[in-house]
Design a protein around this ligand. Structure first.
Ligand code: G6P
Length: 455
């Protein structure tokens, strides 16, 4: 059996310091790495001189991390990854910064990853690179003479051609993808926008069996939506910690319906628009006051990047304004919390909620939507209100799908969800639950690695 090598910017394999694997992706990849005797490479998250990777094996999973010099972190992670590619790929041209140094730093760090990792690769290893931080890495590894099967999966959306062409040297970035044998996207929609670029900008062609050809090079390009570890999450939802969180929520709700939102504090999540939609609900339905409240959990993210500081300040003031305008002596309409909670506690909170409000302006997938579905009580499930612009909407199409830019859409959906009969809630929830269970993160991993193994 070939070894599996996973490479991503962040490594979330369990270690002695952080023994629980973090999140469904970590669980699925860790299981594969354990079986296939693999290694998970990535950045340690620390700044410092880059030396040899620091290998550690914990619970059967080997990870190997490197530190990066401060300038590299600024230009590669803060810079090109999070000030250029992230906003651009989430359709936010106005927030996208185009600096030549960022691109230089990005390529330098990708080359560095290639140099550091190549000596540890064996000839029949399967190599799987993840996400927008490392698009050119496959090309860098080929430069090192590697002929291994190489796959790449993009966790975020692929932007429309007319947006992508605003990126200086966009062609260079996309050319680098052709060093891989298999490229995976979350949805058919991103796959089709990629095809569009290949045809318009590269003069390439789309063939049978997911093949894409440009010049003499043919690669396989697939859509494989990531899922969650549904069994783990269902077990989570009925664990003691979840029970405790559930009880705490129910007791503090005193009969009011809980609307829950959980997101990294990121402008792509549509939090401002969500708050505006909730405000519209409160303005237009005065009778419903004091029967509902919104709990928004939003742990801060990428705090060194200015656009994240701005959205944080905007949400601080908007949440204050909403509570100032609508709160009563015994009721706070919006509880806005900037800390993170353990997954088991979140599962309990999801289960206590009447509505899950997941309204990103653009999202590669959105696993909160899937976790919310998995955590529900099958006899009395809550309602998922989901942005049509989340990748998850392709699979979870019996949610209440809304346009997250429209405050009226959000307000109407809240109204509809609160009035929905149990029968309709169950009928909408069941197919979503079946999808979340069947197209799990393990299914996703197989979908991708099977395709890579066939190369
Ligand atoms: C998104 C990206 C991931 C990233 C995560 C957290 O989900 O697709 O690659 O790891 O956000 O962001 P951070 O910058 O903290 O790693």
């Amino acid at each position: 059996m070939s070894r599996l090598i996973v490479i991503s910017n962040r490594v979330s394999a369990p270690t002695a310091d952080k023994p629980g694997a973090q999140g469904g992706l970590a669980v699925a990849l860790s299981a594969a790495l354990r079986e296939a005797d693999g290694v998970w490479f990535g950045w340690s998250g620390e700044t410092g001189e880059t030396g040899e990777p620091n290998f550690q094996t914990f619970d059967g999973v080997t990870s190997a991390t490197i530190d990066l010099p401060e300038q590299d972190v600024e230009e590669y992670y803060d810079g090109y990854a999070n000030r250029t590619l992230w906003p651009l790929f989430h359709y936010r041209l106005g927030l996208t910064e185009f600096e030549r140094e960022f691109q230089g730093g990005y390529e330098r760090v990708n080359r560095l990853f290639g140099d550091v990792i190549a000596p540890h690769i064996q000839s029949d290893d399967l190599i799987w690179v993840h996400d927008y931080h490392l698009i050119p890495l496959g090309w860098m590894l080929r430069q090192q003479g590697l002929t291994n099967r190489l796959g790449f999966f993009l966790h975020i959306p692929w932007p429309p051609t007319r947006l992508l062409t605003a990126l200086p040297e966009h062609r260079r970035l996309v050319d680098a993808l052709f060093a891989y044998d298999v490229v995976g996207f979350q949805t058919r929609e991103w796959l089709e926008t990629f095809h569009d670029y290949v045809v318009r900008e590269m003069g390439g062609s789309i063939g049978e069996d997911d093949l894409v050809t440009v010049g003499g090079r043919t690669i396989r390009v697939i859509a494989c939506p990531i899922g969650i570890d549904a069994d783990e999450f269902i077990a989570n939802a009925t664990s003691e910690q979840a029970q405790a969180a559930y009880t705490r929520m129910v007791e503090s709700s005193i009969g009011r319906s809980l609307i829950i939102g959980v997101d990294r504090l990121d402008y792509s999540k549509g939090l401002e628009e969500r708050f505006n939609g909730y405000q519209r609900y409160l303005e237009t339905r005065p009778d419903a006051h004091a029967n509902v409240y919104l709990l928004q959990i939003a742990p801060p993210s990428r705090a060194t990047v200015e656009s994240y500081q701005i959205i944080r300040a905007q949400l601080d003031s908007l949440s204050g304004r909403i509570n100032g305008a609508f709160a009563d002596v015994d009721w706070v309409p919006l509880r806005y919390v900037n800390q993170s909670y353990p997954r088991a506690a979140l599962a309990g909170i999801y289960r206590a909620a009447r509505i899950g409000l997941v309204t990103p302006l653009r999202d590669g997938m959105n696993l909160v939507a899937k976790e919310f579905v998995a955590a529900q009580d099958p006899e009395d499930p809550g309602v998922l209100i989901l942005s049509r612009f989340a990748g998850a909407a392709e699979q979870l199409d019996s949610a209440l799908l809304i346009n997250p830019y429209s405050p009226d859409d959000i307000a109407d959906a809240i109204d509809k969800a609160l009035a929905m009969s149990r029968e309709e809630r169950v009928a909408r929830w069941r197919p979503m639950f079946e999808n979340v269970r069947d197209e799990s993160v393990i299914w996703w991993r197989r979908c991708f690695t099977d395709s890579l193994m066939r190369v």
